[in-house]
Design a binder for this molecule. Structure first.
Ligand code: ASP
Ligand code: MG
Length: 419
């Protein structure tokens, strides 16, 4: 007998019919003798609806009250799922985050989980009940309702799996696993049987939307065995088949296979580039430019600076596109004249394409293959950044799909690895 956490996202519980299907699937696992905790999201579209509603009443909603409103979406689905389970003869009980005592800090709308009281849940599980817990929500020390940020139910599920020392956390979603890249762009994209935490973390932060980044960090830190799989298969699919489906997120030391050089291609359109041109280079320039940007709470991603023989430098960096206008304002108002820059030039028509893989550590020539591939397609690289397991290039956004397709092919990602 194992203790397993299931998590179902908004699409998977998007209608009464789908909730009944989830109940059938959960019943199958429970009847096979496993202890099951189910974490659910709100029905798809519901959290957006609640946030919109709040904004109609107060344009910049009070964060505490916004959490009171937003957390109700999940309260509906836990009740409905517990009913659906009871209707087919499975003993089940629903709990809100506060009832379980998912203790968080008080940072409304982006709270962090501090502790989970597993005692009550263990008692229920020992008595043979299926536990249904509301994702995305918790309670701070004095009982205020908090939420964990959009997509937060993934993190709730992983945190519960860690607190209960579960054998596995299954994230059921509307895709059947983690792919080498988005199949909507590359139809030959292949589902990965396994991917390491580090790769998953890079992919999540580079634009892959399969898992909330924080849940991946959490799973890596607490060593939760995590699997992403489809909730759209037949709920009566044999349990052994279902249990081995999807993508397992592994620890590097557990991968015995020879690593492919690259595991996936990630991309994001969410960035914008800013350049301060012809800045007289001297100590403190980077600080004088990026200090005010940091003070304005704007995150910077890539940075490039290289001084020419004339002692002048162009200083470029990228920010999230939603903070682009604000960053330009900060530079024009507070930085440009002060450091004697010739101009502030902005470009929001860019994207970032990245190749990711722990195999990069042992394979040489990955960067040159990437650069050659882009050059053969006539795509100009505007910025490059690297880490131990990824290389990212900023290119003009109209080339994004072409770049992703060409790289997917160049690294042979459509082929099954030889395992
Ligand atoms: N319902 C929340 C959201 O839409 C949490 C989640 O689905 O994970 O962001
Ligand atoms: Mg989600």
């Amino acid at each position: 007998m194992s203790l397993i956490v299931h998590k179902y996202g908004g699409t998977s519980v998007g209608s009464a019919e789908r909730i009944k299907n989830v109940a059938r699937r959960v019943a199958k696992w429970s009847r096979a003798g496993h202890k099951i905790v189910v974490v659910v999201s709100a029905m798809s579209g519901e959290t957006n609806r609640l946030i919109d509603l709040a904004k109609q009443v107060q344009p910049a909603p009070d964060p505490r009250e916004l959490d009171v409103v937003a957390a109700t979406g999940e309260q509906v689905t836990i009740g409905l799922l517990a009913m659906a389970l009871k209707a087919i003869g499975v003993r089940a009980k629903s709990y809100t985050g506060g009832q379980v005592r998912v203790l968080t800090d008080s940072a409304y709308t982006k709270a962090r989980i501090v502790a989970i009281n597993a005692t009550k849940l263990h008692a229920d599980l020992d008595s043979g009940q299926v536990i249904v817990v509301a994702g995305f929500q918790g309670e701070d020390e004095i009982g205020n309702i908090t939420t964990l940020g959009r997509g937060g139910s993934d993190t709730s599920a992983v945190a519960l799996a860690a607190a209960l020392a579960a054998d596995e956390c299954l994230i059921y979603t509307d895709v059947d696993g983690v792919y080498t890249t988005d199949p909507r762009i590359v139809p030959e994209a292949r589902r990965l049987h396994t991917v390491t935490f580090e790769e998953m973390l890079e992919m999540a932060s580079l634009g892959s939307k399969v898992l909330q980044i924080r849940s991946v960090e959490f799973a890596g830190k607490y060593r939760v065995r995590l699997r992403v799989l489809s909730s759209l298969t037949d709920p009566d699919l044999p349990l052994e088949v279902e249990a081995a489906s999807g993508t397992l997120i592994t620890f590097e030391e557990d991968t015995h296979m020879e690593q492919a050089a690259i595991s996936g291609i990630a991309f994001t359109r969410d960035e914008a580039k800013i350049t301060l041109s012809s800045v007289p280079d001297r100590p403190g320039i980077a600080y004088q430019i990026l200090g005010p940007i940091a003070d304005a709470n704007i995150d910077v991603d890539m940075i490039i600076q290289n001084t020419g023989v004339d002692g002048m430098t162009d200083f470029s960096f990228t920010v999230h596109r939603s903070e682009y206008a604000k960053a330009l304002d900060v530079l024009n108002e507070r930085v440009k004249a002060h450091i004697g820059a010739h101009a502030v030039i902005g470009d929001a028509k860019i994207c970032k394409v990245s190749v990711v893989g722990i195999g990069m550590r042992s394979h040489v020539g990955i960067a040159s293959t990437m650069f050659r591939t882009l050059s053969e397609e006539g795509i100009n690289i505007q910025m490059i950044s690297t880490s131990e397991i990824k290389i990212s290039c900023v290119v003009e956004d109209k080339y994004m799909e072409l770049a992703v397709r060409a790289l997917h092919k160049a690294f042979g990602l459509e082929q099954q690895p030889s395992d």
